[in-house]
Ligand binder design. Sequence first.
Ligand code: TPP
Length: 612
Amino acid sequence: MKRLDRIHSSADVKALSADVLPELCQELREAVLETVSRNGGHLASSLGAVELTVALHRVYDSATDRLVFDVGHQCYAHKLLTGRRDRFDTLRQLGGLAGFPRPNESPDDAAISGHASTSVSVALGMARARTLLGEDYGVVAVIGDGALTGGVAYEGLSDCGSSGEDILVLLNDNAMSISENVGGMSLLLAKVRVRPGYLRFKRFYRRTVGRYRILYRMLHRIKEWVKDLALPDNMFEDMGFYYLGPVDGHDVKALERVIDYARSIGGPVLLHVCTKKGKGYAPAEEDPARYHGVGPFDPARGVDVGQKENFSSVFGAALVELAEDDGRIAAVTAAMTDGTGLDDFARRFPKRFFDVGIAEGHAAAMCAGLAQQGMRPVFAVYSSFLQRAYDMLIHDVALSGVHVVFAVDRAGLVGADGETHQGAFDVGYLCSVPGLRLWAPSSYAELRGMLRLALAAPGPAAVRYPRGGEGVYKGDSSGQDTAQLRPGGDLTLVTYGILVNEALCAAETLAGEGIDAAVLKLNRLDQPDLEPVLASAARTGRLLVLEDSARAGGMGTRILAELARRGVALRGSRLLDLGDGVVPHGEVAQLRAMLGQDAPGVARAARELVRG
Ligand SMILES: Cc1ncc(C[n+]2csc(CCOP(=O)(O)OP(=O)(O)O)c2C)c(N)n1
């Protein structure tokens, strides 16, 4: 039996002798690699955070203390140590463990995460609740240097530094976001990293001189003065944190000592820990960006280097082509160069390419500025991450009507990343932005055509497309706002985007049973051309709307409202959508089947409508 198999809680980690901790870390790495190589997941971040996780469990107890993991993709060791070892092989699978912390999965998961940069704010709220309710437990935020490029992190740090709350912010600095980290903060951290002996001295100094309060205070002032002159500015200290570090994030015993010391200080403490992303698995250490998030792979051979064609890569290639002819086109990403297919653009047009860090709000506002002054910015961003820029969409882009194009990737279901990453809300939030044109391509050809349309006419525009590749539908109806793909007199089936494939397949099955379903596809969603839809619905008397959007703000309710407004009475209608938009993790095909959005589910709903 392995050591890890006997560990079910922080208390079990604490009970171990310090000498066996490196062995435990090794077992954790093996377990992470074994499962992630089978199920896919966030490998490099979790491998890099093994020692700091073990050390945190030695000092804190996650059952009562609150450990808040930023983004949460580094939490696999934490899951393995807190009673989920036996289910770890279900990671990211439908009904299995989530790839991110989930309080409804375990009380040891303090908070939901999945989106970056919120941990300090959430942890500070917990610390304040503790104080107000007169309780006593530790609160820790674990945040990466990549997440520190997000503005929300600064809002949290600014408030936290002056809060007086006992709280530890553990900065996991591996100099990497998904790709290499960017921006002024990463430069600042690089400078700070060169002070290894400083912490040792600081501890010794506090222990010895700290006994003599007046002398300590006097020397402290002199020290601050000398430090201001001699050392680079430390933003964290200036914000009110007691800064500790930088320390080696892979020396588990030393980490335990320093975390213990940090806890004893009281007030807001920032501990700067340096780690290596991908630690312990050579291919991931060498190329941490490639091993950030992976699909299943053979650990002996490493991940496949060849990239398959998908909507992201087709978007990237199309944008390169357009940018060759138009020097005003600039591409913007919020730390997702590879994921959004912009890697080639970045190489070809480095001056017109901007990775702004995990800063979607800033990216949208910066695009407004670029557009205002004559450029044609295209911000490629995942649907769920663009949620963070909603105010900038309205305030900076829409109100001035500037020509910014949003390439909204991962729209609809994304699968194993789960509820934080499903692109369930973009149809609703984009359609509510005044003057924004929104297209939903169903094929690569349509993505190219609609991107062209979005760039051709002035004003804000967005093109939403899914994760993965196209299906059997490879047509191009981008010239029409609404396209009829199939005639039919028994039922009107309306859909858009990638779900067209399920709709067509269902219609084929239904035709074999003598049910003729008209299939209509919406290409423009902001001001949809509903005439063909209304005409068909009036004719067939039955309407089925299939969409990968939450019901609120989706097209189904809009179509029904329009029918009601025009006094068109239906014999029956069904909305096959994402409900409240909270969809768990699992393979996309499984989720579709579960939601009744796959071809058999659509056919079933159609049968029920037609046959009553
Ligand atoms: C708001 C938001 N935008 C983008 C992402 C995608 N994303 C996930 S992890 C990550 C990089 C995080 O870097 P860091 O915080 O340094 O953690 P590391 O993986 O290096 O441990 C990014 C950009 C996200 N999760 N949330």
